[in-house]
Design a protein around this ligand. Structure first.
Ligand SMILES: Cc1cc2nc3c(=O)[nH]c(=O)nc-3n(C[C@H](O)[C@H](O)[C@H](O)COP(=O)(O)OP(=O)(O)OC[C@H]3O[C@@H](n4cnc5c(N)ncnc54)[C@H](O)[C@@H]3O)c2cc1C
Length: 223
């Protein structure tokens, strides 16, 4: 198995080289980081007894690692911390690409694939930093305002770190790519842009204070 990837150089490993539409592949860490940081959820793939599972969950990047967390009872986390191979994917959908032909329809997207093995975060300071990182990833500004986790809550949280040493991004942008012979067809073609948008915050029962700034006009960071 080839594991010779050097992320600083932006060179992919054998297993992270984008083969179909290689011009859409990107391996520079700033490109990969921007996608990971904007996305709210990832999907974690792993195989148990030859049965693949792909589980959606929250992630957060801190430097060169991606943290995932959850209950110590989680099958995903229990198995990943034992060091099995994992694949984490993240997808941002930017648009629906409508071509003149059915065949050439597509989507505009930015996605990332990370392959590697997870390590369990056990050092108390890194564990707390990772918990903060996850909260701040989802709602920047929230960690300092909410009650801090108790010892019991920290113990009841498993945190794994996956290195970003082997990762790829793939990005499609732009209009449909139609066949030359289809360009004069009387069929509308173009892009329907898509974006994640928040609505007005809904206060919980008993909350009378105005929502904090970070809850109003919530938006994801853009690359
Ligand atoms: C929203 C969306 C819709 C898509 N729709 C289709 C579709 O309908 N049909 C289709 O065939 N493909 C689709 N793709 C592209 C798909 O994700 C794969 O890139 C493609 O199927 C296979 O590429 P490959 O042969 O290079 O990958 P593989 O040989 O399967 O992968 C080799 C390596 O390339 C990298 N890689 C491959 N794909 C991606 C990716 N998307 N993002 C980051 N790294 C990647 C990974 O590191 C992977 O290990 C879609 C992607 C997205 C994000």
């Amino acid at each position: 198995m080839v594991r010779a990837y050097q992320y600083a150089s932006g060179v992919p490993s054998a297993r992270t080289t984008v083969k179909r539409h290689p011009e859409r592949g990107a391996y520079a860490r700033d490109v990969i980081d921007a996608v990971l940081d904007e996305a709210l959820v990832c999907h974690v793939g792993f195989a148990l007894d030859e049965q693949p599972f792909v589980i959606p969950t929250i992630h957060a990047r801190d430097g060169d690692v991606l943290y995932i967390h959850g209950s110590p009872g989680s099958r995903m986390l229990r198995n990943l911390r034992d060091g099995i191979d994992a694949c984490v994917t993240v997808t941002l959908l930017d648009g629906l690409v409508l071509a003149r032909s059915v065949y050439n329809h597509s989507m505009n997207y930015r996605s990332v694939v990370v392959v590697g093995r997870a390590r369990e975060v056990t050092a108390p300071d890194e564990k707390l930093r990772a918990m903060r990182c996850v909260v701040e990833h989802v709602v920047p500004g929230r960690w300092d305002e909410a009650r801090q986790p108790s010892e019991t809550e920290i113990k009841a949280t498993t945190i794994l770190a996956v290195s970003l040493a082997e990762a790829s991004a793939k990005i499609r942008t732009g209009p449909p790519v139609d066949d030359e012979g289809d360009l004069d067809l009387p069929v509308w073609a173009g892009v329907i842009p898509l974006a994640l948008r928040s609505a007005d915050p809904l206060p919980d029962c008993g909350v009378t204070a105005a929502p904090p700034r970070y809850a109003t006009n919530y938006e994801r960071r853009r690359a």
